[in-house]
Unconditional design. Structure first.
Length: 226
């Protein structure tokens, strides 16, 4: 695991913009969607309108244009959705990527050279909606990056094997009626082993399965350096 961490950290040494490059990184600020945040006790965070209102308040308070965070964050965001409940493994409420909360239509930028591994519109409520997965192979080290909650238009010209260079426009963010029912945001996740899955991969896990998923899905900020 330490070898993987060191490799991901070494790909780039400077911060990488993953959204519209006209948004300066100094306009990014952290947000806390964990169960430990008392401010969320006052709202139904799983409701996209209430969630967006909270995001807007944080953006204003921090004078930011993008708020981000969430890796290995335990959340109530998925409460009440049966897709995240399991009597065997326990509820899936631990987030495996970083979310970047920004308005629908915001451009998503490829943070690293790669080619399309797979894509799909995961249309269930609470799922990714349109998602694209890129495959990367650098010096024999293979890994994948997942981009979820995109617009339908993002899948229009996508095909398996299509290449993207660092800095290329990859997609755009979708609205709540397309992206699985959430306030608009990008879910960005690193995946080492896709386990045969295409167009989809768990973005949330249970505490029981955390050891495996935290190793297979290392912190995306090892790459982004935000």
């Amino acid at each position: 695991m330490q070898k993987t961490i060191r490799f991901l950290e070494s790909i780039y040494t400077e911060p990488i913009q993953i959204l519209d490059t006209s948004i300066a990184l100094k306009k990014y600020a952290e947000i806390d969607f964990s169960i430990k945040n008392p401010a969320l006790n006052k709202i139904k965070v799983s409701n996209h309108n209430e969630c967006q209102n909270y995001i807007d308040d944080v953006l204003k308070d921090k004078n930011a244009q993008v708020v981000y965070g969430g890796y290995l964050e335990r959340r109530n965001l998925y409460a009440g959705n049966t897709n995240f409940s399991s009597s065997e493994a326990g509820d899936r409420n631990i987030h495996l990527g970083i979310d970047f909360w920004s308005p629908a239509g915001t451009r998503v930028i490829a943070p690293i050279d790669g080619k399309v591994h797979s894509f799909r519109n995961n249309a269930k409520v609470g799922d990714y909606g349109p998602a694209i997965i890129l495959e990367h192979n650098l010096n024999g080290f293979e890994f994948h990056t997942l981009y979820g909650h995109l617009s339908l238009e993002s899948l229009k010209d996508i095909y398996v094997g299509r290449t993207f260079r660092k800095g290329d426009k990859l997609a755009a963010l979708g609205n709540f009626d397309i992206n699985g029912g959430y306030a608009p945001h990008l879910h960005f996740q690193i995946i080492l082993d896709m386990q045969g899955k295409k167009g989809d991969y768990p973005g949330v896990c249970s505490a029981q399965n955390l050891e495996f998923y935290s190793k297979n899905c290392p912190d995306p900020n090892l790459l982004l350096h935000i």
